[in-house]
Design a protein around this ligand. Sequence first.
Ligand code: GDP
Ligand code: MG
Length: 163
Amino acid sequence: MKPTLVLVGRPNVGKSTLFNRLTRSRDALVADIPGLTRDRHYGHGRVGDKPYLVMDTGGLEPVVKDGIMHAMALQSLQAIDEADKVLFIVDGRQGVTAQDKIIAEQLRRKDQKILLIVNKTEGMSAAVVTAEFYELGLGEPYAVSALHGDHVNELAALALAEF
Ligand code: GDP
Ligand code: MG
């Protein structure tokens, strides 16, 4: 069985862009307008000789973007339970948001392996941009740029290391 990675995070942090990088596909639709991403949910990737499956929860994003109950769709919670590892994506340019904290709290309650990914970090110092995200209580954040592809292969290797 291929390990399954699930991408979670609030809208517009770059989940679909990262999905495309991790699956080397251009099938997913990346929208500049938040909420308009309605893409494929599953894709296949490979790092070295390790194949994996990626699930983008973007298609599960709720239509209503505000409110605690909509921080993350219930379906995403189920996807998280079924995954081998959860990649929680946050936006390094926006910093920690209230929605990030709600999602982090939900993730911390779960008995799941979680990797905290700080996206949109092109041109920034990884140490500086990741510093504030330690407060989410999910361990060491990993800086990438999904748009530019910076550190995405290293991220895949890190995520798959134990499989
Ligand atoms: P999603 O809603 O989480 O799936 O986010 P998308 O992948 O649709 O991306 C939302 C917006 O952020 C788009 O305009 C992307 O081009 C942009 N974006 C994604 N990754 C990066 C990145 O690494 N750097 C920058 N600057 N923008 C990014
Ligand atoms: Mg998306």
